[in-house]
Design a binder for this molecule. Sequence first.
Ligand code: NAP
Length: 348
Amino acid sequence: MRSLEQPNGEQQELLVFVVPAARGLRREPLLPASAALLTWGVRDVIIIGSGCAGNTAAIYTARANLKPLVVIGHEPGGQLSITSLVENFPGFPEGIDGPDLVENMKKQAEGFGAEYVYGSVEEADLSKRPFRLNIDGEWHETRTLIIASGASARWLGLPNEQKLIGRGVSSCATCDGAFYKDRKVIVVGGGDSAMEEALFLTRFCTSVLLVHRRDHFRASKIMLDRVKAHPTIKMLTNTVVEDIYDIAKNEVTGVKLRNVATGEQWDEAVDGFFVAIGHIPNTKAFKGQITLDPDGYIVSQGGARTNIQGVFHAGDVQDRTYRQAITAAGAGCMAAIEAERLLEAEGH
Ligand code: NAP
């Protein structure tokens, strides 16, 4: 412990950190005692998120010898890890399974020296550099930050929905579809995710009911056409779910549906309920510091820049338009290059 005289004459106590020299970490000898840091030094780059965007940012920053720390987050591998075959990522003419693709990216980044840590950001102080992040109770410091924390599944908000998660309610057909062999299920949504889930579920289910609240679809034409042509899938448009049964039995047995055009209501017996209605960006820890739009997506200041110098965005946490594996990967590359250039300009 040492003391340092402040401009106002007060003595501030300082902890002296003696840490082993680690490759890629620069030692900051004096830190305020109040900071209670458990970090091993100031990082050049911390990347939040281990999906396509985060892993690509890790490959680039690791290859630039910046020894990035990747915070894996509560959904390791991001959305690709719960996807089946990815047919549109360039370079894989036969397609590649989402989990394999994202694992390959991680291995590639680790090969260049990226470190991965399990955990999520609980709190962030971006008011000055180095930025401070509380990752599962441990504080870490970094000169630059790449937020690639993605977006999580959106739910309908029906009273029984959360209570029946894992008991027939799911947001991931790839994860849970196999439990519904020879069963009847419902999929809610009108985007590509809903189409993909419905098609995937036909591998197991005898009947898939696709319910969408409008008669226009956000889904791409190719996916929509496949769904329309599939004999196992029945589509209901202008239809919303009013209730999920049966909370007393602690499992999904059916739903109450309503046609929004006619007002007609009726019950359908189903064994599984899959929600595929989009996602919510994972930006809670940065609220009030990073400029977000009303839905919580990061507002880009051009390129990969946020409103805070040194903090960059990558992938679905900012992109509500394209949201593809390849665009997320591209965004991760952009963020990495911006972080690298800033550090270089600052002499690090
Ligand atoms: P999305 O395109 O935003 O579609 C969400 C759907 O859910 C919309 O049809 C929306 O209805 C509906 N919805 C939203 N809130 C609802 C509510 N409370 N009740 C009922 N319905 C509700 O989301 P996504 O399908 O997850 O796709 C996201 C992005 O990922 C897209 O860019 C998509 O192309 C991409 N993606 C690509 C693939 C692929 O290429 N293989 C696969 C999956 C996803 P409204 O239309 O009425 O708003």
